[in-house]
Design a protein around this ligand. Structure first.
Ligand code: PNS
Length: 183
């Protein structure tokens, strides 16, 4: 435990860092953050500026969507980073990396990433939280695919994200349905 607390700042409480692409943020991510806030005093959402992954949304757009959602939650800090996650974590007072696990299919990727990060910084551990049953099928990738093909993603991502996806894919933003009896 002492090892994990290496970077902790007593005045700041215990901080977890939640890194990811968040392209875009989903309610699956949000659920992890909200549950983590019951354990940690602060959560830093760290959006990776990884252009190799050819994100749909620019880092500025992703930051804006995440910040808008958590604007009334001072315990959540939203930031972006370039380069190695371990280097970014070292500049913060986070004591642990937080990641969500949806299914066993996530395990191998997450295991490799956590092991690599631990090899780069032996003091840095990754804590996994199981995604809630309501969101285990939700991923940014499937959200983008469904939205691109005109499917509804309401209730799976915040309303602002629904609107941004529609703008990206040039789909009509829903208006109130009007009943016309002559149709
Ligand atoms: O949401 P994602 O795309 O699964 O998040 C992956 C992320 C951003 C956490 C990971 O790719 C990352 O940490 N990138 C920064 C570069 C890095 O540190 N790589 C070494 C760890 S394998």
């Amino acid at each position: 435990m002492e090892k994990m607390k290496k970077g902790a700042d007593k005045n700041m409480g215990e901080v977890a860092i939640y890194p990811g692409s968040f392209d875009p943020i989903t309610y699956g991510h949000i659920d992890i953050v909200e549950r983590a806030l019951e354990i940690f005093d602060k959560v830093i959402i760290a959006i990776a500026e990884n252009e190799e992954k050819r994100p749909l949304f620019s880092v500025g757009e992703r930051l804006q969507m995440v910040k808008a959602f958590f604007k009334d939650t001072p315990k959540v800090i939203v930031d972006s980073f370039k380069g190695l996650l371990v280097d970014y974590v070292a500049k913060t007072n986070a004591i642990v990396i937080l990641r969500g696990l949806r299914a066993t299919s996530d395990f191998e990727y997450e295991f490799h990433m956590a092991s690599m990060n631990r090899s780069l910084d032996t003091h840095l551990d990754t804590l996994f939280m199981m995604t809630s049953k309501d969101y285990f099928f939700v991923s940014s990738r499937t959200i983008k695919e469904v939205a691109r093909l005109g499917g509804g993603v309401e209730g799976l991502v915040p309303d602002l994200v629904v609107r941004r996806l529609k703008e990206k894919f040039k789909l009509p933003v829903a208006k109130k349905k009007q009943i016309r009896w002559d149709d």
